[in-house]
Design a protein around this ligand. Structure first.
Ligand SMILES: [Zn+2]
Length: 252
């Protein structure tokens, strides 16, 4: 038998979904991981959908204040995050976000600024990373910049002292480049454990995001906030399913 009180609670529980994008581009090149690519056209459709829906697109800070200080949200909410600091964020995604007035947070790999991606010994010639000047321009335009290590290492697989350097140095360097406090961190590959989380907190980050596929409402802590991956394969239908928006739930 259905418990009417529980059902009512479930139907009225709004979700905060933090979306995880990487490269937004025109063409998926051969050696680019489709899981880390979204076409410009699909991205545009997704943003158009968000604009026309009842979902609020809000900053990461705003979402975390709601979830960790004020209680559950009163509307479905979405936060847009972009890992690695791909140059295409500047050229392709940011103009679209500006058009819709959506805030965003990006997590550049600091050791790759102004170069092509070179992670774990593999070079990705088609994956250009933002240079310092573009990063400064984005920051001045209101885009939040977060830490994502110096070299995109798997933090749970390196020595503690190396993890510390990777995490601490990316914060220090970004703060020197941007002349502002860097508050948020995203674990490369989502890889983390209790030691890594402790370092992130210890060096002064205020929150950290994983790649665990879940709603931010279900975050075990402010240093383990889940996100939903958007990939090359997502069409508008699967995009909506990842949001599991309130309207969809009510109509089931
Ligand atoms: Zn990454």
């Amino acid at each position: 038998m259905v418990d009417p009180v529980k059902l009512k609670k479930e139907q009225s529980s709004y979700r905060t979904t933090i979306l995880l994008y990487h490269q937004i581009g025109e063409t998926l090149h051969n050696n680019v991981n489709p899981d880390c690519f979204c076409s410009r056209q699909k991205f545009l459709e997704q943003m158009e959908f968000l604009k026309s829906s009842s979902i609020e697109v809000i900053s990461l800070d705003r979402a975390l204040i709601t979830l960790f200080s004020e209680g559950q949200p009163q509307k479905d909410q979405v936060v847009l995050t972009f890992d690695d600091g791909c140059e295409s964020f500047y050229d392709v995604a940011h103009p679209i976000l500006e058009k819709y007035g959506f805030p965003a947070t990006i997590y550049p790999v600091v050791g790759s600024l102004g170069k092509v991606a070179n992670w774990n010994g593999i070079i990705y010639p088609q994956l250009k990373i933002l240079d310092q000047q573009k990063l400064i321009t984005l920051s001045k335009n209101g885009v939040e910049i977060g830490g994502h290590t110096m070299n995109h290492v798997k933090l749970d697989q390196v020595q503690k002292k190396d993890a510390f350097q990777e995490i601490k140095n990316c914060k220090t360097e970004l703060e020197q480049i941007l002349n502002k406090e860097i508050r948020t961190f995203a674990y490369p590959h989502g890889r983390h454990n209790s030691t890594v989380m402790e370092i992130v907190q210890c060096v002064g980050f205020k929150n950290a995001l994983t790649c665990e596929s879940n709603y931010a409402n279900n975050a075990p802590s402010i240093f383990e906030i889940p996100r939903k991956y958007i990939t090359y394969y997502d069409d508008l239908r699967s995009f909506k399913n990842k949001l599991l928006i309130h309207e969809t739930i009510s109509s089931i």
